[in-house]
Each structure stands twice: as structure tokens, then as C-alpha cells.
Ligand binder design. Structure first.
Ligand code: NPW
Ligand code: K
Length: 463
């Protein structure tokens, strides 16, 4: 069982292509299904601790996996029952069904069991479950002590996080061969519970991966404050937000943080504060400039943004600065020599790039291509995309992050990493997102943005 971090994410079509390639190399659907079913059964056997198991089987190969699971668990001595939507449709599922010698119940009034294995539908689901299957699944999941989905919870689309209808929340999803987008994209991800990848002997590869722990080294023996990266934060109408970004940058490992803002709080004292001046942006030691947190949207904010867009250093554009990015300024972003990272939440994203089509992954990719910038499309399922490049999915964020100022903290964290590696903005964005999530994980619950900024010290120290 492999956890999700740092693993490739494949769509249903990509899984089918990978399966076809494995078959070209000599595998069969039956052999892949046997491997998948036995891998699932091994986990279920361990977790069931002898409790009775109910396996729900659908008409396709997900159902086929279910019959293999049931037969393997019965052979291992567990009390297993099977209920199905009807007869299996695919050849491999028919063969797997033939390997199950027990009775097959109908779904309509199936009695629940302490352990529920959902093998109704996987990557082949194309529409909502019918009411009988949906009701049976909901009832059996609710009554189970432990509910396990094979590949995907039945009722979620594979590629875009969409729910076709009511889908119960599972405790565990055992995905076969590779993670799928809906294991990380909302709302589907919220139905998966823990997600673990089972090896079925296929080589899954993708430019879309789950976010991994970054490889940020500690400062070397020759390090000094400028070599670690100097971050300048451009403040504006709301100095507290820029101060949060500045503190976050400092605690994420920046060697020097310059807050170009008027007024606001004075701590931490390690932040250097000066009133904004356009000349300050020409300091060649600045490794990254962060603009947007607390900038405001007035004429002065627009002027500061234009100065920032004209500055020679890499940029993190967040908050109010995103709001001020009209077509002319987006063209300036695209034409910049130095890197740009943009961090929109969904409202800012829609305003900038339109509602668009496709999954959050597709939309982030298209936006990155259009802006010529790394896009951090924030939310409960943050997606990071580089222009014509890779994509990383951060997975479920800590819901307590839904409080004012946490976005400012993220912008500062990303700025800190970018200042240390201005030639690798995508990796910097990924590392900033990871640090932010790790800080939230460490403090757990009921925190405010100031606590989150402080917790970045421990998150950074953990690397
Ligand atoms: N990739 C791999 O390497 C491996 C994949 N494996 C497994 O295969 C799974 C994918 O199998 P799959 O393609 O047969 O799809 P699956 O999800 O079982 O369902 C399709 C069937 O359901 C039907 N159907 C669709 N929606 C429906 C609805 N709402 N209500 C009713 N019917 C509906 C649809 O027919 P349709 O009516 O759409 O023509 C079709 O008959 C995958 O998730 C994994 O578990 C492993 O076995 C081995 C290695
Ligand atoms: K399933």
C-alpha cells in the first residue's frame, strides 16, 4: 500500500491506455484483475480482524475485482457475502464471477455487514447509479464499521472530482495501479477517506502528480542572509496582510525580508520595514517580490503593481494584485523575463481566466499556458500548474485554513522559497504550498493566520 504523496495521477483514459500497454507486454485483463483483487483482499483481510464482509459487485471490471476479493477472502476463512447489480458484462468479470462459488444476493434489500467492500463501479462509471444501487450503497456504508471502496467510491466521476449523485463517505479507498484525479479533487475526494495505491504491476506515469515533501536543503556552511534569499513584500491599504506575508516569508526560510509598507504592527523585529518606493524594487539582491496581500485596489495600488510588473525580479502575485490584473497587465506578466507565480482562489481565478471547462487540473493548466506563469489554483484541493509543464495536486487542505489571512501566509511562504531558487518557480510554488499545509497540519485546528505564520518555522525545520 503506497500513500498518495509524490505519486502519478492518471485519468480513466490514461488508465485504459496503461492497461492496454501492459496487455501488449503480455499481461491479460484477467491477470491484472486477479492481481488487483488479491491486493485488495490482502488489505481487507488485515483490517477486517475476522469480521464478516459484504462485497457489492457491479457489471464491469470493478465488479470483477469484487468477485476476486470475495473468493480470496472466503478462501482465507472470512465470512463473506456478495450482492450484485446483476450479471457481469465483461469477459474478465464473467470469469471472475465464475471463481466465486457462494450465492449472489440482489442489491435491493441486502443486509449490511461490519466490513463493506464497494466494487460496484470504478473508472467506467458514466452516469449516476440507479436508485436501487445508490440506496443499497448508502445503507450498507452507513451500517458498516469499515467501508472500503475499490478503485473509487461508486458514484464519483474519475477525472474531475464530480459526484454523479449522492455518494456516501468511505473510510478507505484502495486505488489500483495509480491515483485518479477524483481522489484529490473536491467534492469527490471528500468521499474517499484515506486513499492508498495498490501495485498491480503496471507502470503508471504522468506529468500530473500528487504533491510530495519538497527537497529544501538547510542552509549550507557558507550561507548568509542574502544567499538564503531576500524577499520584498509590497504593502498597501491593509498593512496587517502584508505583515503576515512578511512573517511567513521569514519563517519559511528567507534570509532577509523587506516589508515595503507604511504603518502596521512592529513585530517580528527581524523584518526590515521601509515605506514603499519604486526605487526599492530595483535592489538586485531581491530574490522574490510578493505583491497583493493587503495591497488595496485604489490608484496607488495600481501604481505599485505596475512598478512590480516592471521590476527585474521574480514575482508572486496574490490577492488584490490579482484583482487588478487586466488584459494589459496579464500581457506584461507573460512578457516578463523573470518568473511569475500567481495564487488565485476560485473567485479570483474565475475573474481572471473565466469559468472555463474541464477539471480544475485542465483549468489550471490552461491558465498557466495563457499567463505564462505558474498558477497556484487555491482551495480545498489546490492545483499547481506550470506553463506547458507539470501539475501537482495538494489534496485535502486543513478546513481550518478557511480563515482570513491564510492566503497572505501562503504568498509569503512561496515568496521565501522562490527567492532561494528563482530559476525554479514551479518547484518553489509546490514547496510553498507544502510548507503552508504542513504548518496547518502541525497546529491542527482553530488557529488564526498569525498562528499559521508562526508554525511555518517548525514546518521548515522539519525538512
Ligand atoms: N485499468 C486497469 O489496469 C485495471 C482495472 N481494473 C478495474 O476495472 C475497472 C474499470 O472497469 P470498467 O471499465 O469495466 O468499468 P466499471 O467501472 O467496472 O463499470 C463499467 C460498467 O458499468 C456500466 N455502467 C457505467 N455507469 C453505469 C451506471 N450508472 N449504472 C449502471 N451501469 C453503468 C458500463 O456499461 P455502459 O452502460 O456504460 O455501457 C459497464 O458495463 C477499474 O475501476 C478497476 O476496478 C482491474 O480489474 C484490473 C486492472
Ligand atoms: K468502487
Amino acid at each position: 500500500m503506497t500513500p498518495l504523496a509524490g505519486q502519478p495521477i492518471l485519468t480513466a483514459g490514461e488508465m485504459r491506455a496503461t492497461e492496454a500497454a501492459a496487455i501488449d507486454r503480455g499481461a491479460t485483463v484477467d491477470s491484472l484483475m486477479a492481481r488487483a483483487g488479491h491486493a485488495v483482499a490482502a488489505v481487507v483481510l488485515r483490517l477486517a480482524s475476522g469480521s464478516p464482509v459484504l462485497v457489492l459487485c457491479g457489471p464491469g471490471n470493478n465488479g470483477g475485482d469484487g468477485y476476486v476479493v470475495a473468493a480470496a477472502l472466503a478462501a482465507a476463512g472470512l465470512a463473506v457475502r456478495v450482492a450484485a447489480t446483476g450479471a457481469p458484462m465483461s469477459d474478465a468479470a464473467k470469469n471472475a464471477r465464475a471463481g466465486w462459488t457462494g450465492p449472489v444476493e440482489t442489491l435491493a434489500d441486502v443486509a449490511p455487514a461490519p466490513i463493506l467492500v464497494d466494487a460496484l463501479f470504478g473508472t467506467g462509471l458514466s452516469r449516476a447509479l440507479d436508485s436501487t444501487a445508490s440506496a443499497a450503497l448508502g445503507r450498507c456504508v452507513a451500517a458498516a464499521r469499515l467501508s472500503i471502496a475499490v478503485d473509487l467510491p461508486s458514484g464519483v466521476a474519475t477525472d474531475d472530482g464530480v459526484l454523479f449523485g449522492m455518494v456516501p463517505a468511505f473510510d478507505l479507498t484502495l486505488t489500483l495501479g495509480a491515483a485518479k484525479p477524483s481522489h484529490l479533487l473536491q467534492p469527490a475526494a471528500s468521499r474517499c477517506g484515506q486513499v492508498r495505491i495498490l501495485d498491480i504491476g503496471i507502470a503508471a506515469e504522468s506529468s500530473v502528480e500528487t504533491l510530495a515533501r519538497p527537497g529544501l536543503p538547510p542552509p549550507g556552511p557558507q550561507a548568509h542572509k542574502y544567499s538564503r534569499g531576500m524577499v520584498a513584500i509590497v504593502g498597501g491599504a491593509m498593512p496587517g496582510a502584508a505583515a503576515l506575508a512578511a512573517e511567513a516569508a521569514l519563517r519559511s526560510g528567507a534570509g532577509y525580508v523587506l516589508l515595503l509598507a507604511e504603518g502596521g504592527a512592529q513585530a517580528p523585529h527581524a523584518i526590515v520595514r521601509r515605506p514603499f518606493s519604486p526605487e526599492a524594487l530595483n535592489d538586485k539582491r531581491i530574490g522574490a517580490l510578493v505583491i497583493g496581500p493587503g495591497l488595496g485596489r485604489d490608484a496607488e495600488a495600481e501604481a505599485r503593481l505596475d512598478h512590480a510588473l516592471g521590476a527585474p525580479c521574480p514575482l508572486v502575485i496574490d490577492g488584490d494584485a490579482l484583482h487588478l490584473l487586466d488584459d494589459r497587465r496579464l500581457a506584461l506578466v507573460r512578457d516578463r523575463d523573470a518568473a511569475v507565480i500567481m495564487t488565485p482562489h476560485s473567485g479570483e481565478f474565475d475573474a481572471l481566466f473565466g469559468a472555463g471547462t474541464g477539471s480544475k487540473i485542465d483549468r489550471a493548466r490552461a491558465a498557466a499556458d495563457r499567463a505564462g506563469a505558474t498558477i497556484v489554483f487555491k482551495g480545498a484541493d489546490t492545483v499547481i500548474a506550470a506553463p506547458q509543464g507539470p501539475v501537482r495536486l495538494a489534496g485535502a487542505g486543513n478546513p481550518w485554513l478557511s480563515t482570513a489571512g491564510t492566503g497572505d501566509v501562503l504568498a509569503g511562504a512561496i515568496g521565501a522559497v522562490l527567492a532561494g531558487q528563482p530559476e525554479a518557480p514551479f518547484e518553489a510554488a509546490c514547496a510553498g504550498v507544502w510548507l503552508h499545509a504542513e504548518a496547518a497540519r502541525r497546529i491542527g485546528a482553530a488557529f488564526i493566520a498569525d498562528d499559521l505564520a508562526r508554525a511555518l518555522t517548525a514546518a521548515r525545520a522539519s525538512l
